[in-house]
Design a protein. Structure first.
Length: 90
């Protein structure tokens, strides 16, 4: 049995990195790499894959796998996308 995700109107609008309670983001056409230099200057470390994600049109930070589902439902990415990257979007 297959379930179809209800379209919520939510879209992916920015790359983002979550550091504890802070979310840093840059709008399209930015890449995650564009955030790394600033994060490194501020913290002395680079974001881990677990801290990388996207900002949605509803202002939520979501990790790459959740972002993939949102992007597919919004028609922003193809179903064959396994792990969402900004290159899939813009």
């Amino acid at each position: 049995m297959f379930f179809r995700r209800q379209a919520s109107g939510e879209r992916i609008v920015a790359v983002a990195v979550q550091l504890d309670e802070f979310v840093l983001s840059l709008p399209a056409p930015a890449r995650h790499e564009d955030l790394y230099a600033g994060v490194h200057r501020a913290t002395g470390a680079l974001p881990t894959p677990d801290q990388q994600g996207f900002l949605t049109s509803k202002g939520r930070f979501v990790k790459r796998h959740a972002a993939r589902d949102i992007a597919i439902a919004a028609g922003q990415a193809d179903r064959d996308c396994l792990l969402l990257t900004s290159q899939h979007l813009w």
